[in-house]
Design a protein around this ligand. Structure first.
Ligand code: ADP
Length: 636
């Protein structure tokens, strides 16, 4: 029979396993045991709802059989098994999602990278090729009379053919590679080594992992004075079967939590935070939660599915229970195990389940408190966290008409004019000057851009702190918050920015009044893009700037314009071109109004284009502006 070929990505992974110089090849056993356990989970779960499956919990086991003479190691389970097509599709193609994706050309090139991937998180079934020269998987799906065999010696393909197998489930038989000077593969046939590995990696597996082990006993009838011993085989359960989440936090090392997280949730980095919560009383549950170090690929897309694993007394009943996490904490991974949930609960029923709602509420509070603690006590760690997931938190403030803003407002941090360290709103407010009424913020694509806004210079010159908002969602979140501790937010680019004294305000008013006609002329020259041209005294050195009137700022206009389907919706901020009354340009404009209106027309357009640019807005008519500038250059 002709061998079938592995799919390309699988081939690469396989090749990596076969040629692996990774030193912890032992993890293959953990992978195979975890597959066996998953397969039993599937069948066990079915047995709870499907009356045709008549098995009880005690019927299940994972068995390890080491045969030194044949140099084989077998891992056998009585789980769901695989039908012929499943053997082909599951073992012929290894489709790993997310972090282990070769498709986009991010194939690890250096050996170091490869080792990292193998070591850091599970690589599944194929890892067995690190120690085997041949693998034979014989499987019979539960309920089927037929068994099939899948066999492969590595990259040149695999065979699937009919086989004999007693009972349902799967047997994975590894023919170990010959020992070399550096690698003693035969160690994996050693009883102590196997026991050790099971305890190290698979102790929490909920089904017994059994093996016949050699024991010695006193021979019957041998006398006390002259005892004789004999060897016999005894079936032994190697794992303690206590799920890691059931153990007290003090009984589990950080490394154990991290390994569990990486293996279970397929990450290759340690989580930044491990949260365990155990409650008894109103609701009985244990939660083990992890905050990942990095946002997974595709996190900020619609395709991302949030959710926690849901267990009922140790049995997995749902892989991604989204009801347990609010959207703004959707980055949290982990599981909840509760004795209070009905096992055959359907998705629809879950949505209305009171118990689940109580748990979700408590988890939300716990996650919030932990983040708050991290923010207060481990600022650097929190900064990393916020870099990855801050957008989600800020979006949470804005979403659902702001109903979660109270929960989230103290979890946000922003860069500030007060130094390099980001600040919370609370900290900002505590630093506010006595005469300061508003929380000032400036918007830009980057901190640098926001910092350069003319109005920032004016506000910081007064000794007031300015927050720099660089993400689209920021300003919307502020709009939703409206104020913090009674202090309202103010975009420094808003026409409401007014830093002057009453006297200064009066004189500005008079100045604007006197130049009314000239300012009207300039507005007409620029067109409908702006609603007015005005003098201002709140700029320091810059000649002009744009400010917005009303609720929608220029930056929000930009954001809304970027949203899909909104490009031509014509959402516009009311913009005002403000001219620095203390700048020499003010006099120049006044003179031109009297002497050369054609030139004033050009000046108006160029000043406006300038102001747009510094505000981070594009110029709509760059070639016209270019020509205008050139014409003025020639003129001089
Ligand atoms: P993963 O376990 O991450 O899905 P693997 O490469 O380890 O990836 O396994 C691929 C698939 O093969 C599994 O998803 C499962 O469907 C199937 N499989 C592996 N081992 C067994 C087993 N012992 N019993 C039933 N199915 C199995």
């Amino acid at each position: 029979m002709a061998k079938k070929q592995f799919k390309t990505e699988s081939k690469k992974l396989l090749d990596m396993m076969i040629n692996s110089i990774y030193t912890h090849k032992e993890i293959f056993l953990r992978e195979l045991i975890s597959n066996a356990s998953d397969a039993i989970d599937k069948l066990y779960f079915r047995s709870l709802t499907d009356t045709t499956v008549s098995l009880v919990r005690g019927d299940y086991e994972i068995r390890i059989i080491a045969d030194k003479a044949a140099r084989t190691l077998e891992i056998r389970d009585n789980g769901c098994g695989m039908a012929k097509e499943e053997l082909e599709s599951n073992l012929g193609t290894i489709a790993r999602s997310g972090s282990f994706d070769f498709k986009n050309g991010d194939e690890p090139k250096e050996n170091a990278d490869k080792i990292d991937i193998i070591g850091q998180f599970g690589v599944g079934f194929y890892s067995a090729f690190m120690v085997s020269e041949k693998i034979t998987v014989t499987s019979r799906a539960y309920g089927s009379e037929e068994a099939y065999k899948w066999e492969s010696e590595g990259v040149d393909g695999y065979l699937v053919e009919k086989a004999e197998k007693e009972g349902f489930g799967t047997s994975v038989l590894l023919k170990l590679r010959p020992d070399t000077d550096d690698e003693k593969y035969s160690e994996f046939l050693d009883e102590y080594r196997i026991k050790d590995l099971v305890r190290k990696y698979s102790d929490y597996i909920r089904y017994p992992i059994r093996m016949m082990v050699a024991k010695t006993r006193r021979k019957d009838g041998s006398s006390d004075d002259n005892p004789e011993y004999e060897e016999y085989l005894e079936d032994e359960t190697l794992n303690r079967m206590i799920p890691i989440w059931k153990k007290e936090k003090s009984e589990v090392t950080d490394e154990e939590y991290n390994n569990f997280y990486k293996e279970k949730f397929r990450d290759y980095e340690d989580p930044v935070k491990v949260i365990r919560q155990k409650t008894e009383g109103v609701s009985d549950y244990i939660a083990l939660l992890f905050i990942p170090a990095r946002a997974p690929y595709g996190y900020y897309t619609r395709d991302f599915e949030k959710g926690l694993q849901l267990y009922s007394s140790g049995v997995l009943i749902m892989d991604k229970c989204k009801e347990l996490l609010p959207d703004y904490f959707s980055f949290v991974k982990g599981l909840v195990d509760s004795a209070d949930l009905s096992l055959n609960i359907s998705r629809e029923m879950l949505q209305h389940d009171r118990q689940l709602k109580i748990i979700a509420k408590a988890l939300e509070k716990k996650i919030k408190d932990e983040l708050q603690k991290m923010l207060e006590n481990e600022r650097d760690k929190y900064k990393e966290f916020f870099r990855e997931f801050g957008t989600q938190i800020k979006y949470g403030v804005y979403a659902d008409f702001g109903v979660h803003k109270e929960t989230l407002k103290d979890l946000m941090i922003f860069s500030t004019s007060m130094g390099d360290e980001p600040t919370t709103l609370k900290e900002y407010v505590s630093r506010m000057k006595d005469d300061q009424k508003k929380i000032y913020f400036a918007v830009g694509d980057s901190r640098e851009q926001a910092e350069l806004l003319p109005q920032v210079e004016a506000v910081t010159a007064k000794g007031y702190e300015v927050l720099y908002l660089t993400e689209d969602v920021d300003e919307f979140a502020f709009m939703m918050l409206h104020d913090y501790d009674g202090k309202e937010f103010l975009n420094v680019s808003s026409d409401e920015l007014d830093l002057g004294t009453d006297e200064e305000k009066e004189s500005l008013k008079a100045e604007n009044e006197a130049a009314k006609e000239m300012l009207g002329f300039m507005k007409d020259a620029i067109g409908d893009d702006i609603s007015a041209v005005r003098f201002t005294n709140s700029l320091k050195d810059h000649p002009a700037c744009l400010s917005s009137e009303g609720a929608l700022s220029a930056s929000m206009e930009k954001t809304l314009g970027k949203m899909p389907g909104q490009e031509n919706a014509g959402i516009k901020a009311e913009k005002v071109l403000e001219i620095n009354s203390a700048h020499p340009i003010a006099d120049k404009l006044r003179k031109l109004y009297d002497s050369d209106r054609e030139k004033l027309n050009k000046y108006a357009k160029i000043l406006y284009a300038n102001a747009r640019l510094i505000s981070g807005l594009a110029i709509q008519n760059p070639s016209e502006i270019g020509e205008l500038v050139t014409s003025l250059m020639i003129d001089e």
